[in-house]
Ligand binder design. Structure first.
Ligand code: THG
Length: 371
């Protein structure tokens, strides 16, 4: 597919879109009914090397915030996830699986604790506000669920901290991983977290005043010139190598958190009650029958993976690839996939049946792939 995307009210632009377009965006995806810039006319490999060496500015406004606010906000947040939130502190970000009554994955957002009665869920691509609002309504909880117009902007790469320090002052250096502080921009305190959808380090600015978007972008862009800044986006090569999962790609509502390798975030202690707990307890008891792994495979650069590709081992069905791309660093194709229990051990040989009809030799790996 290479047709143009027809935008409309239903497919939202972002407060940064004018700058993204001025810088020559060439590819968009759509996440949470919002455009996500994916390319600026360079190859994914060029963007990958640049991200590993310099700093990039990403319009990730599609990471929408589902806000829970009110006396029962903490109760609602805990009802939605098996991760124990009792010890979470204000100023902390937590990666949380959100599951349904069958322990099926609804989403895998970053939860931000803004106050004891105030949370944001920075969501992946599914309509969490409907789920959260339905639970609140059905259970008669005293909480407001809405989706404020917050537009996250990511600054990612090894030079991100130096760039951020120029714009927001030395205080940014004190922000710990998956923590946030409020730092001033034009008299407005902005929520800034050390987080982001890459393994190269960086920050996410949760801009709550869309009116400031263009001046925020311009200020970072100008200060970034000294650091070789480029416009970018979550990079497919980098995220596959880093083992960062994508909802709707690596897993769907048909998968449980153990299949996604998220068991570390699944607490089944009796003091924590949440939707899907008994289903999850059963799955933990039995163990998952399949799980996400890395796969390295040979042959020429593979085509884009727009549907799952079968994996076989000695003629048996071993699972499927969910995302694959050529890695210029490993000089092999790198992939994420769902492997059956008999085949998920690192070192297992598999054949990859890619969409171009080729059959390639692959090896199962643990995640993440090497640094
Ligand atoms: N940032 C923010 N919102 C997001 C994403 C993001 N929403 C959508 C999507 N990305 C959610 N998915 C992920 C997946 C992985 C991580 C963050 C969001 C991640 N995980 C770390 C890890 O796996 O090592 C940290 C986990 C932890 O310590 O809790 O960074 O990127 N705002």
């Amino acid at each position: 597919m290479s047709a143009k995307l027809a935008v409309s009210r239903r497919i939202r632009a972002t407060p940064y879109t004018p700058r993204v377009e001025a810088l020559g965006v060439s590819d968009y995806s759509v996440v949470n009914h919002t455009v996500l810039p994916k390319g600026f006319g360079r190859s994914t490999a060029d963007d990958y090397w640049h991200l590993r060496e310099h700093v990039q500015i990403w319009d990730v406004s599609c990471q929408r915030q589902v806000q829970l606010r009110g006396p029962d906000a903490a109760k609602l947040a805990q009802l939605m996830t098996p991760r124990n939130l009792q010890t979470a502190i204000t100023g902390q970000c937590l990666y949380v699986p959100i599951i349904d009554n069958n322990a099926g994955m609804i989403n895998d957002p970053v939860l931000l604790k803004l106050a004891d009665d105030h949370y944001w869920l920075s969501i992946a691509d599914s309509d969490v506000a409907l789920w959260a609002g339905g639970i609140a309504q059905g259970m008669g909880l005293d909480v407001t669920v809405d989706e404020p117009d917050v537009a996250p902007l990511a600054i990612q790469g090894p030079k991100a901290e130096d760039l951020m320090a120029q714009v927001f002052g030395e205080a940014v250096r004190a922000i710990g991983f998956f923590k946030f502080h409020y730092l001033d921009f034009k008299g407005e305190p902005l929520l800034i977290a050390r987080s982001g959808y890459s393994r190269q380090g960086g920050f996410e600015i949760y801009l709550h005043k869309p009116d400031l978007a263009l001046s925020l972008w311009d200020t970072l862009w100008q200060a970034g010139q000294a650091f070789d800044i480029a416009p970018g986006s979550p990079n497919l090569i980098e995220r596959v190598e880093g083992g960062l999962l994508s909802y709707g790609n690596e897993f769907t509502r048909a998968n449980n958190p153990l299949e996604c390798g998220l068991q570390a975030y699944c607490n089944v202690d009796k003091n924590t009650d949440y939707i899907g707990r008994s289903a999850l307890q059963k799955i933990i008891g039995e163990g998952p029958s399949q799980q996400i792994r890395g796969v390295l495979f040979d042959g020429s650069p593979c085509p884009p993976c727009a549907s799952t590709w079968p994996l076989q081992a000695d003629g048996d069905d071993a699972g499927y690839i969910t995302t694959a791309i050529w890695s210029p660093r490993f000089r092999q194709n790198v992939a994420l996939g769902m492997l059956g229990k008999r085949y998920w051990s690192p070192g297992q040989k598999v054949s990859v049946h890619s969409a171009d009809g080729q059959i390639r030799h692959g090896t199962v790996t643990s995640l993440p792939f090497a640094d």
